[in-house]
Design a binder for this molecule. Structure first.
Ligand SMILES: [Cu+2]
Length: 639
């Protein structure tokens, strides 16, 4: 038997067009007959996939397991040599590339189940219309940076399809009657009801408030959780957590509202918008990954992987409310993972489309490449190139691996996204495709989705750059929270930091805890090396919160103790304001981790640029380093 050939879905592709992957909330609940049928096809197919035995190659369990734990070979001809970090390429140039065939695999397996299992159960007379609906099905994406209408409010939120424990589908006996099934998007449950540890999903290292290590007992989980209460400090893990029940009051509340995300404060749309601004991020290596590269402009500290990391934390939970999405080794067991990463793939594709004429939009040249931290199949220190095999994904039955070059043009694999339809007549001028028209239209759509008019017209731009050591806490993920306001208000605060009124953003490191394989002594050395060498980058724009402090009508009672910023344009004013009011805290499971001042694992710096009519407002050069903003603070960088 050969390897599984990932080909993309061929059905629905025409000479000039490919079917679209759609935003999940616009697709479910279906407003058209086609989407209605697709909803049921998808939910049934995913239900059947999750119910497959965990030792089948094409089971949900095995496909999710590719991402991390249980660190086993998947669809490989030979046994892999070393167990390092598994296959997953995080903090790596290959981050967006590796996840592309991964999404294709998931999408294709679902489609095959529709064809071979779901549709065959339907009455023969109705199969044609279902088959037509299946042909244009593509994996939906969750655009987490687009605020959603929920009742009277507009908020960041998880998709509707992922919320309820039970969900309505059309009965396969007649294709018409509505029945309720266990919602396969709500959580994954082990089909046999055994704990995941039975199939070698391991526990994940964490840290307690006294600095000692503990383990998050994912091996005991029977189902996945989002934001379910888990008590890291107690030996009694709640049954709710172990069973993955998220329909308890607390978690339901969280799933419905995501209050803890504090969406009004965290500049998610703004960060997403900046990813695509011309001049802001000028090369693939800077766009793709948190991994540090010699950057040319301070603006390029922002990157796709960092924005994505925060979403893992958002979905999974924080502090003692830990769910699967929060931890790399088990993240893909939560089915929402695939809609999250489908969106990451969309962002990758949009960036590619916008940068079609950018000479640095790929990484063929050696000076565009970065050394890999090592995975199961990639030797540590080897440069990632467009020819590096994206193991374990094969494009044929003869064990030929995908490479980044293979997936560079996503449309070849049978899908695109709503913003990326170059075949539409509106892009033709005198019957010929007009590239500039197309690019301009993509930019306009992004502006509509993510841009804020206040920031767009702000007199200056300010952001916080963060350089952090990924393995500082042996790879245990940590969060750096940023605040603009009075120090005393922060020190005396005893509630979770996400609720703090002065929060302006955070950086979640989403790392693989080290030493999870004590049986592989080679591993420890590479961790130690990683501690020394691996630097990562992130960025938080703070133009909006600063702007609100310049307004004379600003209500500053809940923040900054009434301290007002005289103007955003004068760098000295901004610097003085931040010197007094910018603070940050590093936390793991709700307790503070001090940043040593002699060898800080977090380096924070602030950059400012005045708006200038002759050039684009955000991005490009011309930013100045506001050294006083971070001078003397632990983790501040002012050299
Ligand atoms: Cu991810």
């Amino acid at each position: 038997m050969g390897t599984y050939a990932i080909t993309g879905i061929k059905a629905g592709v025409t000479a000039d067009t490919v079917p679209l992957r759609l935003e999940v909330d616009s697709w479910y609940p279906g407003q058209t007959k086609e989407h209605l049928l697709q909803n049921s096809l998808f939910l049934w197919a995913l239900r059947f996939l999750e119910d497959r035995k965990p030792d089948e190659k094409l089971s949900y369990f095995k496909i999710a397991g590719i991402h991390g734990s249980p660190y086993e070979a998947w669809d490989e001809q030979t046994d892999a040599q070393t167990v390092n970090e598994g296959y997953c390429t995080h903090d790596s140039l290959l981050f967006p590339c590796w996840h592309r065939p991964y999404m294709l695999l998931f999408e294709q397996v679902l489609y095959e189940i529709m064809e071979n299992q779901v549709i065959k159960k339907l009455p023969e007379s109705s199969r044609k219309v279902w088959r037509n609906a299946a042909a244009t099905f593509r994996l939906p994406y969750w655009d987490w940076a687009e605020k959603k209408k929920r009742g009277d409010s507009v908020v960041y939120d998880v998709p509707i399809i992922a919320k309820a424990a039970k969900i309505e589908v059309l009965d396969l006996n007649d294709g018409v009657t509505v029945v309720k099934i266990d919602n396969p998007m709500h959580k994954f449950t082990m089909p046999s009801g055994v704990p995941m540890g039975t199939y070698k999903v391991g526990d994940v290292d964490s840290e307690m408030s006294d600095g000692t290590k503990t383990k998050i007992p994912f091996s005991k989980s029977v189902g996945t959780s989002r934001w379910a209460p888990y008590e890291p400090e107690s030996s009694n893990v709640s049954a709710e957590w172990v069973e993955g029940k998220v329909d308890n009051e607390l978690a339901t509340d969280a799933l419905d509202d995501h209050k803890w995300y504090n969406g009004e404060k965290v500049p998610l749309a703004e960060m997403t918008y900046r990813l695509f601004l011309p001049e802001y991020i000028t090369s693939f290596s800077q766009f793709a990954t948190t991994k540090y590269s010699e950057v040319h402009d301070p603006s390029s500290y922002l990157n796709l992987e960092f924005v994505h990391n925060n979403i893992h934390n958002w979905t999974g939970g924080y502090d003692k409310y830990i769910g699967h999405m929060t931890e790399v080794p088990v993240a893909a067991f939560d089915p929402i993972f695939f809609m999250h990463h489908c969106n990451v793939d969309r962002q990758f594709a949009i960036w590619q489309a916008l940068n079609v004429d950018n000479k640095e939009n790929w990484f063929e040249r050696e000076d565009e490449q970065l050394p890999d931290n090592g995975t199961w199949s990639i030797e540590k220190g080897a440069n990632d190139t467009p020819k590096t095999p994206l193991a374990p994904f094969h494009k044929d039955t003869k064990a030929t691996y995908f490479t980044s070059d293979d997936i560079r043009d996503w449309t070849q694999w049978g899908y695109s996204y709503p913003e990326l339809q170059p075949w539409l007549p509106k892009y033709k001028k005198d019957g010929v495709f007009d590239k500039q028209l197309y690019i301009k239209d993509i930019q306009d759509q992004l502006k509509k989705l993510y841009s804020s008019p206040e920031v767009e017209h702000a007199p200056a731009d300010v952001f916080i750059n963060v350089e952090y050591k990924r393995f500082a806490l042996d790879g245990i993920p940590y969060t750096v929270y940023f605040f603009i306001g009075d120090e005393k208000e922060l020190s005396e605060y005893d509630q979770p930091l996400y609720t703090h009124p002065n929060l302006v953003g955070y950086v979640y490191t989403f790392t693989n805890p080290a030493y999870h394989n004590p049986d592989t002594p080679g591993c420890k050395n590479c961790r130690v090396k990683s501690t020394e060498n691996t630097k990562s980058t992130a960025q938080i724009p703070i133009t909006a919160p600063l702007l609100s402090r310049t307004s004379s009508s600003a209500d500053l009672t809940a923040s900054a103790s009434g301290y007002r910023l005289p103007s955003l344009t004068d760098p000295d004013h901004v610097s003085t304001h931040l010197e007094k009011n910018l603070h940050w805290r590093v936390r793991v499971h709700g307790h503070d981790i001090p940043i040593p001042s002699d060898d800080p694992f977090v380096k924070v710096s602030v950059y400012h640029r005045k708006a200038d009519s002759s050039r684009r407002f955000r991005g490009g050069g011309g930013y100045s380093h506001l050294k006083d903003a971070t001078r003397g603070k632990a983790g501040g960088f002012w050299a």
